[in-house]
Write a protein that binds this ligand. Structure first.
Ligand code: NAP
Length: 203
């Protein structure tokens, strides 16, 4: 029997936007993933918790954003974990829960360039597959080289995703809100309404 293939879309999701959703959907289709688990970060090592929105908001927005796709699931494992939340612990936990599944961690190119700073990254690279999205303004050759170097050195399975380049970022969305600009079509309508209702990112 073929193994269950699970995509993992980890993110601060502050807020989740259509770039994240397009990345997840292209990954699902390109790699025949059975489902995608969206995992909002709890207390991530690379961000100051005072600089990010409360877990409740990021959880709710993620839930709203994925609710129209029956292949998408939301996990609170990082939000509920005490202390700093590292990806290695999340992957180990998921692997112990779903012993027969194969995991694909989905991430953008910027993260791949910084992955050597992640906790136990060598082990992490050996534990699951990685699907990497190109980002606008990135050099394709440089990204291919980064992928090949890591795969050779750590015997990892990093793949580059063929998908449209989407120039949307959470930072850009927060700035637009602060400046009173529309975020229509950058995020799902439900997320836009939630942000408006709760007056998030106003100052
Ligand atoms: P984020 O800002 O919400 O973004 C989530 C992912 O989506 C990132 O990989 C990002 O790529 C990608 N992305 C965003 N917009 C995109 C677009 N328009 N097109 C293509 N890709 C896009 O979350 P994050 O703060 O980067 O965190 C990502 C994950 O890395 C989380 O699960 C976090 O826990 C993990 N992490 C772990 C460690 C560790 O364990 N030590 C350290 C750092 C991060 P880019 O990277 O290119 O922005």
């Amino acid at each position: 029997m073929e193994k269950l293939k699970i995509g993992i879309m980890g993110g601060t999701f502050d807020p989740i936007h259509n770039g994240h959703l397009i990345l997840a959907e292209y990954s699902r289709i390109s790699f025949n993933l059975n489902k995608i688990l969206f995992i909002p970060t709890g207390n991530p090592p690379h961000k100051n918790s005072e600089d990010i929105s409360p877990n409740r908001y990021r959880y709710d927005m993620t839930l709203l954003a994925i609710s129209t796709n029956m292949n998408y699931y939301l996990s609170t494992i990082e939000i509920e974990r005490k202390g700093v939340t590292y990806t290695i612990d999340t992957i180990k936990y998921l692997k112990s829960k779903f012993e027969d599944a194969e995991f694909y961690f989905i991430l953008g190119a910027d993260s791949l360039y910084k992955i050597h700073k992640w906790k136990n990254y060598e082990e992490l690279l050996s534990l699951c597959n990685f699907i990497v999205a190109r980002r606008p303004n990135h050099n394709n050759k440089k990204l291919e080289k980064r992928k090949d170097d890591l795969n050779t050195k750590y015997n990892s399975s990093i793949h580059i995703l063929e998908a449209p380049l989407i120039d949307i970022s959470s930072t850009q969305i927060r700035e637009r809100i602060r400046n009173g600009l529309s975020i229509k079509y950058l995020v799902p309508r439900s997320v836009e309404a939630y942000i408006e209702k709760n007056r998030i990112y106003r100052d």
